[in-house]
Design a protein around this ligand. Structure first.
Ligand code: VFB
Length: 330
């Protein structure tokens, strides 16, 4: 269709390395197409970002692309099993091509819709990965800013699968216009402080904890905590006031711990909101079964290995440890 970037304007720098085929999806920043690397035939997802959307004027394009490139260098250095890998970036005058890891399980969003809602154990397994992945981004100094089920991809069609967070970090380049886009879109996942400061405030990592809380709410209930169906109160007001609830007919089967974690993540006051580090220590995640499954999904090569036991430790060190030097009780 007309919107399709017709293949004649794909630069040689891409064409010599990749064959672009069908469109996988269309995001806010541009479209994502399936690509095959020439030679290896390895499959990738290519995010095509037209810079026009990013720049307010001509000259900005130059230094903006320098910024984007330095940011992309940081993103390329990221390596985590639950973060979509960036293979390559090809920057041209008009368009930025980001070659990304391909996953075949589609978006969490579509899965929640098709399942209507997740059973709690599966929701816990997937959500644990999201928190671990987002904490990794925070530890690398990156705030996602736009966490939503559309940006959480699934590695496979299995219910218990690896999740992959995508579209992180780049959103900081959206100029005022796109900040307006943030306000144009439905703020379903938007943290209250972004609405209160009307976007002028400084983003902190806490915004990601809020969005994750909204995602968990949806995974466990199948519907969003705030909706614009409510006539008496518009969406921003519901969010800024933290006007959400857990009606029995949808939440009866959900554990108190899960609801407690949602409340701690969806705390309006960003300063009082739970951090991701503390979220990982929440009682809801104290679940051997889930942790074992998560570890197996994230680090399959480690599957079946057992941690070294004390007995394997060198005698010298052991002597020091318990002083007497006799065999420690195994
Ligand atoms: C960013 C946006 C969409 C993506 C993606 C990276 N990787 C992948 N695999 C299937 N869709 N898709």
């Amino acid at each position: 269709d007309l919107l399709e970037s017709n293949d004649s304007d794909i630069p040689a720098s891409i064409k010599e390395k990749y064959t672009l085929t069908k469109t996988l999806g269309r995001g806010a920043c541009g479209e994502v197409r399936l690509a095959f690397a020439k030679g290896s035939c390895e499959k990738f997802a290519v995010k095509i970002i037209s810079k026009k959307k990013f720049t307010t004027g001509g000259q900005h394009a130059v230094n903006l692309s320098k910024q984007v490139m330095s940011e992309v260098k940081i993103l390329k250095a990221l390596k985590h099993p639950c973060i979509i890998g960036i293979e390559d970036v090809i920057d041209t005058k008009e368009v930025l091509y980001i070659i990304l890891e391909l996953v075949e399980g589609g978006e969490l969003f579509d899965k929640v819709v098709s399942l209507s809602q997740y059973d709690e154990p599966t929701a816990k397994l997937l959500f644990y990965q999201m928190v671990v992945a987002c904490k990794y981004l925070h530890d690398q100094g990156i705030t996602h800013r736009d966490l939503k089920p559309e940006n959480i991809l699934l590695q496979s069609d299995e219910k218990e699968t690896l999740i992959k967070i995508t579209d992180f970090g780049l959103s900081k380049f959206v100029d005022a216009g796109s900040l307006m886009k943030t306000f144009c879109g439905t703020p379903t996942y938007l943290a209250p402080e972004i609405l209160v400061t009307a976007g002028t405030g400084t983003y902190t990592k806490a915004v990601d904890a809020w969005s994750l809380g909204v995602i968990l709410f949806i995974c466990l209930s199948g519907y969003p905590p705030f909706s614009d169906e409510r006539k008496e109160m518009d969406l921003p007001k519901q969010i800024m006031g933290g006007h959400y609830s857990f009606p029995k007919q949808y939440w009866d089967g959900v554990s108190e711990e899960a609801i407690d974690l949602i409340k701690k993540m969806m705390t309006v006051d960003a300063k009082k909101r739970i951090t991701l580090a503390d979220a990982l220590n929440h009682p809801w995640f104290k679940d051997e079964e889930m942790m074992k499954k998560a570890k197996k999904l994230m680090y399959p090569e480690s599957d079946g290995m057992v941690p070294p036991s004390a007995a394997l430790r060198s005698p010298k060190k052991r002597g020091l440890e318990n002083g007497s030097g006799e065999e420690p009780d195994s």
